[in-house]
Design a protein around this ligand. Sequence first.
Ligand code: URA
Length: 251
Amino acid sequence: MAESTRLRLDRALARLGLGTRKEVRRLIKQGRVEVDGEVITDHGFIISDPAAARVVLDDEMLTLRKHTHLMLNKPEGFVTAHKDNRYPVIMDLIPPEFQAGGLTSVGRLDIDTTGLIFLTTDGELAHRLMSPKYQVEKTYHLLYQGQPFTDIDKEQFRLGIRLEDHTVCLPAELKILTGNAVQLKITEGKYHQVKRMLQATGREVTYLSRVSIGSLMLDPDLTEGDFRLLTRQEILDLYHLVRLEVDSNYL
Ligand code: URA
């Protein structure tokens, strides 16, 4: 097994969502944490091989995380960025202890789009999920104004919509839901892509929300503005999807 990078104990616990850096330092000070059979009260303790370490909190064995992987249910009015001069940004919704290690979002949603944002500190995973080479499907639910979609439109999406600037999109799957609601699956991430695809068909998007990225589905229990860490299975599925190796003991 490849040796993993050294990790500070307080950082390791905060990364698991066990509390803020201050809260996990208190847990450590209280003598509730053991590393390889020894009670550790120094929050700066360095775990020299996190993939192999046996870390226990209150008699419960923990699986340490190499990376931070989060899903956020983005509300309207937030820009997908770290900083913006005019608007609130999605990073305002993520506490600092989860932002360490270079947390970045996989793709962007427009300020008025809601739904699934996946954030990760693993640059290679992010790159592959966005790369056209891996053909990762993003699913959107949307409402629109204009002529009702028909099977002919579905076929047009399947063949590739030509945008107004003449760019031809990769095949997309349009599913007619009810009334003026549709689901659209695309494998690219061009600027304002969904809105421009509908515009090219003479319609206008009035509501847009992303519900999945590849195997990762927006948790229906996550209210807008909330985030959560990915489960072990969700992480494994994403790595598998883009054919990346992962140490299942240290995700
Ligand atoms: N397509 C868009 O037009 N906007 C988004 O936010 C995402 C996809």
